[in-house]
Design a protein around this ligand. Structure first.
Ligand code: ADP
Ligand code: ADP
Ligand code: MG
Length: 480
């Protein structure tokens, strides 16, 4: 592949990125807006920021040379307002738009509208988003492509009776899941047919409120699984590669809290097999850009099932960047510009171990209730192998209108144990005063024998929460 690689390298290197994209509208806020800006600036591409009335003082606006107010605080009136975003892009002469994650990043109509207005959407085509976006339809596509999926409904379930019938065939416990779901919302567990009618109504209502779409599907609950996902890159020329895996099993309410790469539980053989399945999944939807294929790995450590494909940059992309040395946002810009990948599957090597802790403004002792507020004092850890992505600064206010992510603390070290030690050291340094966060809980978790052993499944955190909280309270008493 030396020849192929050289050819790819020359094709890529001879064209500066800034000749392909001149000015990019960053259609997002918070840490991901800064992350996208960094990649653009390093590539010599100009950027334009957008903000809601609630974000006039936000860091992504303060750092911007050019920014446009796109509406009132509510996301529906600003960051989800596709017309306002398109108008801002056109008015400021942007030829590209980066959607970040959340908001409109997985909205196929928005991707299409950008294209129709001559603006390069930095992400996959509307068609690819449409195919992967409905989680129930994606299951059918993947099954047809030979990618294993969890036992469950073929497509959506149309009624309680339909759901009861499917549950009877796959066996309880089952999960009812929203086809349009994301961020752990619209999911309900049922342990028996007695639970199902109420769970069905509750999941439908939540899906309707969160996503404006209450289509449901059903999956068998996989007991004590691990969440293992693969990072994909695919170019317009049809090359698809994966950049290894991440273990995101440390979750609360089906939402990720700590992620690491590579997953400790994968043998090289299983990694290769799952990587091939992830590539196949991307090919099945004619994918283009950076994406993530999520799997559940059964407790036998052998069987794995496709769960969903996220057609955007992922919150936890940084741990993959650390172990591969690949700048994923820069790759997104290259691919959207029409440049071929400048690396092959053989070029991808996983070096060392990386861990990310998401620090959120939330109270772990009150069911993780979000509790944003004013930052009274802030100090981030640093030193060798440390990266912190955050849009907070001393004196700023973390807005109650948007998600409660305050900072992503990432570490890289030669081995997993060294990475754990480094992360403990980082969370000791991490200082954020003004509102409660999960930082102490995550710190305790880094000492838990099950975590240190690499034995955590997705059920671990919810089960161990009382124990972990009790411990951090005792440490507090001791300190006081
Ligand atoms: P990951 O953390 O793996 O990147 P998540 O599903 O947690 O993926 O979503 C990342 C961000 O996007 C979160 O802030 C979440 O609230 C938001 N998000 C995810 N899906 C949707 C959706 N369908 N609509 C609105 N926001 C979403
Ligand atoms: P979202 O779009 O909200 O990210 P996912 O389908 O990715 O929804 O599921 C979120 C989390 O819920 C998973 O990471 C996993 O922990 C849990 N989960 C989802 N489906 C199943 C299943 N069939 N069995 C066990 N756990 C599941
Ligand atoms: Mg998911």
């Amino acid at each position: 592949s030396e020849g192929k690689r050289r050819a790819g390298f020359l094709r890529g290197a001879s064209v500066p990125l800034s000749a392909m994209l001149k000015r990019v509208l960053i259609a997002n806020r918070g840490e991901i807006a800064l992350r996208v800006r960094r990649a653009c600036r390093e590539a010599g591409i100009e950027t334009v920021s957008v903000y809601s009335q609630a974000d006039a003082e936000a860091l992504h606006v303060q750092l911007a040379t050019r920014s446009v107010c796109i509406g009132p605080p509510r996301a529906a009136d600003s960051y989800l307002n596709s017309q306002a975003l398109l108008s801002a892009a056109i008015a400021t002469g942007c030829d590209g738009l980066h959607p970040g994650y959340g908001f409109l990043s997985e909205n196929p109509e928005f991707a299409d509208a950008c294209a129709e207005n001559g603006i390069t959407f930095i992400g996959p085509s509307g068609d690819a988003i449409r195919k992967a976006g409905s989680k129930s339809a994606a299951r059918d596509l993947m099954r047809a492509a030979g990618v294993p999926v969890t036992p469950g409904s073929d497509g959506p379930v149309s009624s309680v009776e339909d759901a009861l019938a499917v549950a009877e065939t796959v066996g309880y416990p089952v999960l009812l899941k929203a086809s349009a779901g994301g961020g752990g919302r619209g999911i309900r567990r049922c342990d028996s047919s007695k639970d199902l009618p109420d769970a069905y109504a509750a999941a439908k209502a939540e899906a309707n409120a969160c996503f404006g779409n209450d289509e449901m599907y059903l999956e068998k609950l996989v007991l004590e699984p691990r969440h293992i996902e693969f990072q994909i890159l695919a170019d317009r020329q049809g090359h698809v590669i994966h950049l290894g895996d991440r273990d995101c099993s440390i979750q609360r309410r089906n939402q990720k809290l700590i992620e690491e790469a590579p997953a400790r539980c994968l043998t090289p053989e299983l990694r290769e097999e799952m990587g091939r399945a992830a590539v196949k999944a991307a090919q099945a939807v004619h994918y283009e850009g950076a994406g993530t294929v999520e799997f559940l790995l059964d407790s036998d450590g052998q069987h794995f099932y496709f769960m969903e494909m996220n057609t955007r940059i992922q919150v936890e992309h940084g741990v993959t960047e650390m172990i591969t040395g690949v700048d994923l946002v820069r790759q997104q810009l290259r691919i959207a510009s029409g440049l071929p990948l400048d690396l092959t599957q053989e070029d991808v090597t996983l070096t060392g171990h990386a861990i990310e802790c998401r620090i959120n403004a939330e109270d772990p002792t009150a069911n993780f209730r979000p509790c944003p507020g004013k930052v009274e004092f802030l100090h981030f850890p640093g030193g060798p192998g440390v990266r912190v992505d955050s849009a907070l600064y001393n004196g700023c206010t973390l807005s109650p209108y948007y998600d409660s992510l305050a900072a992503k603390v990432m570490v890289h070290a030669p081995t997993r144990l060294e990475a754990i030690r480094r992360m403990r050291r980082c969370l000791e340094e991490f200082t954020l005063e003004g509102f409660p966060t999960n930082a102490e809980l995550s710190y305790e978790l880094l000492f838990h024998p099950t975590f240190v052993r690499g034995g955590c499944t997705t059920a671990f955190l919810d089960r161990s929460l009382p124990e972990l909280l009790e411990f951090s309270r005792r440490v507090d008493d001791h300190k006081g």
